[in-house]
Design a protein. Structure first.
Length: 129
């Protein structure tokens, strides 16, 4: 049996990365604590966030900013779920990517939000995928 997804297709990875990113935000919107999620939704939001980073790492026309945004999104999910150590790890990873690559879009500004450098209460408008 063959896999129906061509995992070598960077255009497909881009589309899947965008879909995973946007669907992660759909689950996060208006939720601010682990109590706002069912156990199944916790598993789902984590899977979607990590899937986004997986696909963006293989996507067509990816940039370091995409990698930083993915780390920030995973950090945000862990922060909302109360996973402080993991949230901090991914926020630091986001900042590191920004410093190493010189990424200059809004991603770097939001990387530090979970480290009390920025306000994390709203979804950045430029993070749509």
């Amino acid at each position: 049996m063959t896999d129906p997804i061509d995992t070598d297709d960077p255009v497909l990875h881009r589309a899947l990365g965008v879909a995973a990113n946007n669907s992660t935000w759909e689950l996060l919107d208006a939720r601010t604590s682990p109590d706002d999620f069912t156990p199944e939704e916790i598993d789902d939001v984590l899977a979607r966030a990590y899937a986004s980073t997986y696909h963006w790492a293989r996507a067509a026309d990816r940039t370091p900013a995409n990698q930083a945004r993915g780390a920030w999104l995973v950090s945000r999910v862990h922060a909302v779920l109360g996973h402080g150590e993991l949230a901090l790890h991914h926020a630091e990873r986001c900042q590191s990517i920004g410093r190493m690559t010189g990424a200059t879009d809004g991603a770097n500004r939001f990387c530090g939000c979970l480290m009390n450098e920025w306000d994390c209460d709203t979804k950045p408008a430029s993070f749509g995928g």
